[in-house]
Design a protein around this ligand. Sequence first.
Ligand code: FES
Ligand SMILES: [Fe+2]
Length: 339
Amino acid sequence: MSSLVAPPAERFPTYPASWYLFGRASELRRGPVSRDLLGRRLVAFRTTTGQLSVLDGRCAHLGTDLGAGRVRGEALQCPFHQWCYGTDGRCVHIPATSVIPDFARLEVYPAVERHGFVFFFNGRQPLFSLPFFPGVDPDDFVPADPFDAVLRCPYWMIGANAFDVQHFRSAHDRKLLDSPVVECPAPYARRITATFAVLGDSLRDSLVRRLAGDRVVMSFTDWCGNIIFATPTFRRTTSYGMLINEPVGRDRVHVHVLVFVRRHRGLLGRCLVDPLRARVRRYFIKEFLQSDARLAAKGLRYNPAGLRDGDEELIRYFDWLARCYEPRPLGSGDGSTAP
Ligand code: FES
Ligand SMILES: [Fe+2]
């Protein structure tokens, strides 16, 4: 048996410092939106001049849900006693007094809009910029409609799936053809790349072989265990799937999937071809993920003592991830080799 040992579950924080999906940016046109995320209430709003902000969603006064408030110029106003908060979370106005107490400030989360979605970082300072697929420009891509699922397993089991080399044959009808290459292309990022034969006899796999090719180079880039970029490259085409894992306590995870296609250059192509291609890719990626999702929906557990010979890549992934969550100076840990 391997001498590698996977870390205990306690090494994985419940809500890691990383990027998460808040929702669609278009929702903010009607005013602030609040949501239960990462074990707390958060609110997102856009000011009159267009500044985006994500804050703790409970008013510092008596805890009113600020999603029921309204935007006033550059501030968010609580509906109860009209305390107003700026985009930096500080209270800027209290109608009943000119003295603003020190406690009248809310936690602020760095927020970014991309592809019509609002993302926020769980922490005061992002440890890394909102990532995207390696080597491409986000502006060249358009997303399909997202899909999601709540799975009964710890969030760190989702990213681990890509490093679980053994399961591709049994769960996905993909036969490993070479030794996987594992690297750490950036701090907080780990990537695995391997070539597989497409073996399945389902209609979907027959179509994949006919339309795309019978071999696929699967590459997964995992950021902090909760954002995963999958780029299966076939002879004729590459697909782009992004998974964002939102922990729901320690035993559940809400997985959001965004499938992208390269944006067409012409207007007609953008209006007619892109949405169709996006739907087709979305179908294939969703189907591919189904076999794992079906099992995880019924429950998977993290069992470090159960990892054996053949699970080495998985153990190394868990070890890397646990070390990602240890405090370290910003920018450290870069390198092209994977420990
Ligand atoms: S509860 Fe928000 S102003 Fe009083
Ligand atoms: Fe899988």
